[in-house]
Design a protein around this ligand. Structure first.
Ligand code: HEB
Length: 440
């Protein structure tokens, strides 16, 4: 493997690992807040227990999110000096403000974790809200740097020098709002489905009708309802992201859709894979005109194809599979949460059929997979650029070499850290079973 590919693999592995914990770190406070509010409203003690147990899980996951995020930050500077030079000169703001967001989150988290029993109901809600706010702000700010890579504005390069810097223009780059909202809502969606998965798994082990079964069913429904709502928002913001690509990064959209010739009435192709030889998408279901319609709300909308761009600017064509995987999972989870909701709240059934339970159990990991696919699609689909049309990935990368041993070392570290996290979660909740709070 060449050094640049290794550098990308190393950084990509770090990000793929970090994003799991970052996502949970953003989403869990919202779930805890929802349980808190439900408890204050209904006085149903189950929800207080839920908030209490979720915050413990959240604290454990945050303990991995922080060091892995720190590794990501350090690797950003060490592996991508060319990139950090431009970021440092043009958009340092998101990284600087993020430190404050992190302080708010950490401060109110300790207040809530260690003093929840002594806080008034209002102060409990205020502190969890501030934890949620800090976490969301961090996610939005970091996404800001990613958005700048897609639509870099707020500076000019004259004879290799960066001039006319306007950091706020760079901060409010055209991709910012779209990307930040998609990242935020998909994180909330994923956290909710992750908790739904755990609840469904536990329900399968509890005897129907028991107090524990009822507790887990409440947790499952809370996860499904919030997850379902946010999966609809994910589709809306995802659709906005696609329109954004249509205007600002058409070769990424063309690669995602396997579109080679620029045309109006462009069809939407679902599934399949792109054959670069024949320039066709094989084994896809084609819906005539829909891509044009989705991109511009008119069948006459002209969507640009890959052949409009020099071949060295084409993203790898396999990104289509990543994109379809993400969209497919999103659609599936919308349907699943609607079915679950109808079954429980409209048909008023107390137990779910086995197949539905199995779907609930896999819903969380599936959503997390969609997060990974989304990030990989967004970043591989931007290739060959680190900063679109400004800095190539090759120019951004370090030339120091010796990446292979680092890659092996860090991958090993993540495997070990991942296993330890699962064990810590497992043993913590085994030592503190639900029976401690709610008699069977
Ligand atoms: Fe997504 C990304 C679309 C769903 C996660 N997305 C993305 C993109 C697009 C989309 C176009 C790219 C952007 C750029 O690059 O700029 N989606 C979409 C759609 C849908 C979706 C249409 C429907 C359904 N997603 C989804 C889901 C999830 C996601 C479900 C999870 C859960 N994505 C994601 C991520 C990303 C994406 C994480 C990365 C970031 C950005 O934004 O970029």
């Amino acid at each position: 493997m060449d050094e640049i590919l290794l550098t990308r693999a190393l950084f990509g592995t770090t990000m793929a690992f970090h994003i799991i914990f970052a996502t949970m770190g953003v989403a869990l406070p919202l779930m805890i807040l929802s349980a808190e509010i439900l408890y204050q409203k209904t006085k149903d003690k189950d929800y207080a227990v839920m908030a209490k147990r979720w915050i413990k899980g959240f604290a454990i996951l945050l303990a991995v999110a922080i060091p892995s995020g720190t590794i990501a930050g350090v690797q950003l500077s060490l592996l991508w000096p060319g990139y950090m030079k431009i970021i440092g000169e043009v958009v340092p703001l998101p990284f600087q403000i993020e430190i404050f967001a992190f302080f708010i989150e950490a401060l109110f988290l300790s207040i809530y974790v260690y003093a929840a029993d002594r806080l008034s109901p209002l102060m409990r809600i205020v502190s969890v809200s501030l934890v949620a706010f800090g976490a969301a702000a961090s996610a939005v700010l970091i996404t800001n740097a990613h958005a700048f890579q897609n639509t870099p504005v707020g500076f000019r390069i004259v004879e290799g020098q960066i001039v006319d810097v306007d950091p706020w223009a760079a901060f409010f780059n055209p991709n910012f709002i779209v990307a930040a909202s998609h990242v935020l809502v998909t994180a909330y969606m994923t956290g909710a489905f992750m908790l739904a998965s755990v609840a469904a798994f536990k329900m399968l082990k509890a005897s129907p009708g028991s107090s524990h079964f009822v507790y887990y069913r409440k947790a499952l429904m809370l996860g499904l309802i919030i997850g379902g709502l946010f999966s609809i928002f994910s589709a809306v913001t995802g659709h906005e992201s696609a329109i954004h690509l249509h205007h600002y990064n058409p070769e990424k959209l063309a690669a995602a859709e396997g579109l080679f010739e620029t045309r109006s009435h462009a069809p939407l192709k679902i599934g399949g894979w792109t054959d670069p030889e024949t320039q066709e998408v094989k084994y896809a279901i084609e819906i005539p005109g829909l891509l044009s319609f989705l991109a511009g709300y008119s069948f006459d909308e002209v969507v640009r194809g890959l052949n409009d761009f020099p071949k060295e600017y084409w993203p790898p064509l396999f990104v289509r599979v990543l994109f379809n995987g993400m969209v497919g999972i999103g659609m599936l989870l919308i349907v699943l949460s609607i079915i679950g909701f109808i079954w429980r709240h409209i048909l008023k059934r107390d137990v779910f059929p086995k197949w539905m339970m199995s779907c609930f159990v896999v819903s969380g990991p599936l959503a997390m997979l969609a997060i990974e696919l989304g990030w990989i699609f967004a970043c591989i689909g931007r290739q060959p650029w680190a900063i679109y049309r400004v800095l190539s990935t090759a120019d951004a990368a370090t030339t120091a070499g010796h990446i292979a041993p680092l890659f092996v070392l860090f991958t090993g570290l993540y495997v070990v850290l991942g296993i330890i996290t699962v064990l810590v979660l497992y043993f913590y909740f085994k030592r503190h079973p639900l029976a401690e709070e709610i008699p069977v």
